[in-house]
Design a protein. Sequence first.
Length: 191
Amino acid sequence: MDQIWFESGVSEDAISGHIQVIVPGETACFGCATPLAVVEENEHTIKREGVCAASLPTTMGITAGFLAQATLKFLLDFGDLSLVLGYNAKKDFFQIYNIMPNPECKDKNCLKRQGEKGKLEEGERFFIKRNKLITQHDDVEIKRGENEWGIEIVAGNDQEEKPAVQETQFVDKAEAEKSNLDDLMAKLKGL
């Protein structure tokens, strides 16, 4: 099947994740780029030392957000669409890279698509066509006079006054290590 796929995953340690756009024959398939960690037959062995299970829902949520954004970029033809976007929460690090298909892939369908896409002229490949389309969208002049939806910006004095932003308070590491959970919860409630 010559279908574009959007794939995502979260690492075993629950601290990093990735999204990947798979264009058959032009980018790596699952066989070309196998996952970094493969789950054994027994799923109970997934929990290991150093795994921060508490961060799993957060990392999954962030990764799902990136996946949804990439899908919207694709469907609505806007912005840069990264083939692979990696996220490391521990270091606040993002990595963008491409994974090209493996000419020795063991998946016969992948090899078939590689052969088909290899015969295409450069301008017919997916990302070349997409980038031309995005450039055309960017070159279109926006007509400021049109207001199809009737949206208006009005100044109003009836808005509630927002409270002033509090300054961030930093806690000394030695003090935090001495504090027990109840003390920390009391400080949190006091903020």
